[in-house]
Design a protein around this ligand. Sequence first.
Ligand code: SF4
Length: 651
Amino acid sequence: MNIMVAETAGFCFGVKRAVEMVYNLLSKGVKVCTLGSLIHNEYVVNKLKNAGVIVIEDIKDIPVGYTLVVRSHGVTKSCTDYMDKNSIPYVDATCPFVKKIHKTVESESFLGRKVLIAGDINHPEIMGIMGYCRGDCMVFKDHQELKKIAEKCKNFSVMDVSLVAQTTFDANEWIKCVNLTKNLFTNPIIYDTICNTTQLRQKESEKLSKISTCMVVIGGKNSSNTCKLYNICSKNCKTFWIETCKELDLDYLRNCECVGITAGASTPEEIIEEVEGAMVTDFESGNEENENFKELLEESFKGDYHGRRIKGTVVSVNPSEIYVDVGRKQSGIVPKSEFTNDPNAKLEELVKVGDELDLLVIRTDDQEGTITLSKLRVDADKHWDEIEESYKSGEILEGVVCKVVKSGILVAYKSFNVFIPASHVGGNRTIPFEEYLNKSVRFKIIEVDSRKRRIVGSIKEAKNEERGQELEKFWSDIEVGKVYKGIVRSIKSYGVFVDLGCIDGLVHVSELTWDRSKKPSDVVSVGQEIEVRVKSFDRDKGKVSLSYKKEDDNPWTVIKNKYPVGTVFETEIVNIVPFGAFARVVPGVDGLIHISQIADHRIESPGEVLSVGQKVRVKVREIDEENKRLSLTMKGIDNPQEEGLQSGEED
Ligand code: SF4
């Protein structure tokens, strides 16, 4: 007898998570109860019972001091509302895949669409889903029942319907229901909510049952997904449905050439091992080994070898391929693209001769004598749970852009290529996507399709979230007078915008330079890094006013230091007005020579004596910093004695 155990047999992600949550609470001393059995497996339920977990049948029966763990099937909305309202402590272990269905039916029915649910109306998962529908919904177990229910409704063909399925619904029956829904209703919206785990398990079991003499399906008699496995396998070979190894019909099995074992999502590993162990022991003690069996089995896989997991030992590595020994006469080849999706990776650095790899057969070529293998696809199975966790938690991830496609880019992350639609790439749209190639980007997962193993991500959302965090920090740190370094983003007539990292601040033209004769473009240029000081800010309006002027350059400080009252110096006339003339003192400050201060004799107009551009000697009469006025005179400065006593550096 040869025994083959399905790789997908045993606890699924949702069940494993729920059981771990309960044990985690118990380890902290929390008293736990569940509404109905946590999972459909008597062995596990008894184990939990022995550990102190109480099973109640009505939400109103939760004992005082106990925390209710909502099982992976989920509960109705009214149930969680009741617990919230009455402050009953609970931990929600609803499987995220089921939660997604809750959200879907809630929003679809809210929009006035009739919800069609493919599944078992008596199953707790379906009861929970129904509880999230706002209004009527229709539940049916197969496409025939759907037809009957629909035809009973008035004007059913024009009804707006949305179709979902129980996570463990039979995949083949689902296709029939989808086709019928499209025929019966005008504009149906179909949500394929069958859990990928279930589909994989069903597919593998089907395959295994086709090459086995007999199948053993392990799982609770009340487990719907185990029931489906049993039905699938029974179509191909003699199948036994057992809960524990005590029910094994060893008399029958020992005469079978090849026995396949699969198990429902609620079956713990230890029971599967126990069943396998019982068969092996029986076989070893009473039968002679069929030496040729392995060869025969291998023969039976011919043509159906694809999709099998095997182990291979690396025998050589080159930049584009890895050669592995898979214990067969054919050569095993793992192309680089099936080993890693990182375009920058070097195979020689990732693997070495002698390494043992878990691989998936993707192609056999008997003529060439090669087997093409994939490590990426094996890793994908291992990493999928992590992907779903990251999706749920909204974690920001990092990957390398590996390809530009028609409507976006692909980012290599772990063993997956994450599709980033063009609208989610963000950044400067004028930059061609090719420029992102081989660069590292941060992104968030915004959609996963477990069935097709497709992941959609958004760089834009990751950036927005990170920007939000940076902004929060920025606003909590900012204060008037604080100095920042920033990049000049744009120049306007009224000032310049400076990128401070997470926000742009404005330097008004009056705060750019003390020299008011200068335009903003005379002072800074786009792209220049400058140091700016916060003048004021308004968090509610998201505005920051900045200053680029330096106190050391303040012309009034310069004037006070360099041109105190009485200083005589040579300067230039820059403007002439009826009441006098203006002479440049320092850039940005012109001093007024009043008409009465131009000459020792009376003049009718300044133009009689002065002209623009003329060099003159002047003396500082008065400095009025508050009103920004500087008064000069041309009188009495030719007195050498006075000049000698009071002239400044310029003299
Ligand atoms: S079968 Fe799928 S949907 Fe159901 S609990 Fe397991 S992982 Fe969740």
